[in-house]
Design a binder for this molecule. Structure first.
Ligand code: 5GP
Length: 120
């Protein structure tokens, strides 16, 4: 987050290592770590290191296209790393109706079991 950005979230604390997390992948732009309340054998959250106003997908501007692509490609890399050869699911919750709870954009990478479609 930048100083002018919206309020900090728990993900800032994870990024700052103020609270521990199990990191599974990291580069200069993104961090991927295990969800504290996993919904499947693999449940990884993938977040941008700099939020830049991207509290949720609904706030995306054209300047975010590169980081959005990077997040998605990271999901593919982590899926491979996690051995999710039979498939996986990517989820982005947005806003109250989407059940978003942390307002720092994140992809959920969920896998390691059969999913059902659709329990929404
Ligand atoms: P959302 O509901 O916003 O799409 O997803 C937020 C996710 O963050 C939830 O799945 C929740 O379990 C996870 N989460 C919340 N707090 C923490 C935390 O302190 N550590 C980790 N690793 N995950 C968290």
């Amino acid at each position: 987050a930048t100083p002018s950005d919206s309020p900090p979230t728990v993900f800032d604390k994870i990024l700052n290592k103020e609270i521990p997390s199990t990191v599974v992948y990291e580069d200069d732009k993104v961090l991927a770590f295990r969800d504290i309340a996993p919904r499947a054998p693999t449940h990884v959250l993938i977040i941008p290191k700099v939020r830049d106003g991207l509290t949720g997908l609904s706030k995306a501007k054209e300047r975010h296209c590169e980081i959005l692509g990077h997040l998605l490609y990271t999901a593919k890399l982590v899926a491979e790393q996690e051995g999710l050869d039979d498939g996986f699911r990517i989820v982005i919750n947005d806003g109250p109706n989407g059940c978003q709870t942390v307002y720092h954009i994140h992809l959920h990478l969920i896998g390691g079991r059969q999913m059902d479609w659709f329990t929404g």
